[in-house]
Design a protein around this ligand. Structure first.
Ligand code: ZN
Length: 149
């Protein structure tokens, strides 16, 4: 029998995503509900209530994990279409995980491709996302004021 910490985090997250309570998940997986609660808080998910359904943004967060030297960046742990494009399947629709990240940070849909502005490979942290117009204006700024400005 697995001990209280023997259940992989990867088994707990899908049940959180389905909106189960900490206690229900503890019972189902034979793990400590307090640990389930800790993972819930790390992912920024709301407490489960009857009929809880995650928003698209909350579902998005369940497919990320910390990355980078300081752990402040995020990479996608969910599905990749064609092995490359991070995709969130939410309510039977495929959403670009990068576009959702962009909308979380900037509050508008991106124009053109979404790419990270940091050096962490495949970073999907909302604050790191840029779209075409943002990159163009950054490039223009550097042209005018120099890269060191
Ligand atoms: Zn980043």
């Amino acid at each position: 029998m697995p001990g209280p910490h023997g259940v992989p985090r990867a088994d707990i997250i899908p049940l959180l995503r389905e909106g189960l309570s900490d206690r229900a998940i503890g019972r189902t997986l034979h793990t400590n509900p307090k640990r389930v609660g800790r993972i819930r808080r790390e992912l920024g998910l709301p407490e489960a209530a009857r009929g809880t359904t995650l928003t698209r943004e909350q579902a998005w967060a369940t497919h990320t994990r910390p990355a980078g030297p300081d752990g402040e960046h995020l990479v996608w742990t969910g599905y990749h279409r064609a092995g490359t494009f991070p995709v969130l399947k939410y309510r039977s629709i495929d959403w670009s995980a990068r576009r959702i990240a962009f909308e979380i940070e900037h509050g508008r849909p991106p124009v053109g491709r979404v790419l990270p502005s940091c050096d962490v490979p495949r970073c999907i942290r909302p604050a790191c996302t840029t779209d075409e117009p943002m990159r163009q204006s950054d490039a223009l700024y550097e042209q005018i004021f120099g890269a060191a400005a």
